[in-house]
Design a protein around this ligand. Structure first.
Ligand code: SF4
Length: 217
């Protein structure tokens, strides 16, 4: 992936997810232009290539679009959705598709390596995709899904008001951090064990240097 989080004044969807995961990770990548791969980022890359490497598909009543370019002006976020399913609807909700009669409900599906997480990092990225689809297709997107590789399982995500507020707040905070250009201090935690930037970040350095100061005082 490109480490760049900006497309003019827009954040990338992945930058938003970086910020949700760890503001310091976001700043190291998108302000300081640092990047490092680890097993987790490499596996994620392979998974996305596999998912995105496909033509649009009709499966029964379902229409499946892949690698759909998205833009959300209200969040100032842009990026690519792995998969957007379009489910047929019987009423006048949803959107229309070229060459396909009737109305269709967009349903974003984001693919992730690993397992479902208690934190909302991945749900926020999905929510931003849904908000982009709503703007672009002028229809409501109340639900989407995350597909996790281990175990292979689809998790339905209700895109409710709370998640939307959180997504808006994070997008605003990420843009402010970019404007100010300051990298925050590490906040060590279990997430650091999976972070590819651990060696660059040195998350335990703050506590280590505080310890050294105490010893030398
Ligand atoms: S090592 Fe931890 S504190 Fe440092 S960038 Fe990664 S997640 Fe954030």
């Amino acid at each position: 992936m490109s480490p760049s989080g900006r497309d003019a004044d827009f954040l990338s969807l992945s930058a938003l997810q970086h910020f949700a995961y760890c503001p310091r990770q976001f700043a190291l990548i998108h302000i300081e232009q640092q990047w490092a791969e680890n097993r987790f980022t490499a596996e994620g890359q392979v998974l996305h290539e596999r998912v995105n490497d496909g033509e649009p598909e009709h499966r029964g009543d379902l229409h499946i679009a892949r690698s759909l370019r998205l833009i959300c002006h209200s969040l100032q976020v842009t990026g690519v959705a792995d998969v957007v399913e379009f489910h047929p609807v019987d009423d006048d909700t949803g959107c229309q598709l070229p060459g396909r009669p009737g109305n269709w409900q967009p349903y974003p599906v984001e693919y992730k390596r690993g397992r479902s997480k208690a934190d909302d990092w991945d749900r926020i990225q999905l929510c931003a995709q849904a908000m982009a689809l709503e703007e672009m297709l002028n229809t409501a997107v109340p639900e989407g899904a995350l597909f996790y590789g281990k175990p292979r399982r689809r998790e339905r995500v209700a895109l409710d008001a709370g998640l939307r507020d959180k997504t808006r707040d994070l997008a605003r905070a990420a843009r402010m951090m970019l404007e100010h250009g300051q990298t925050p201090a590490p906040e060590p935690g279990p997430k650091c064990d999976h972070c590819s930037l651990r060696e660059i970040c040195v998350p335990d350095s703050t506590s280590a240097s505080a310890y050294l100061h105490r010893m030398l005082d």
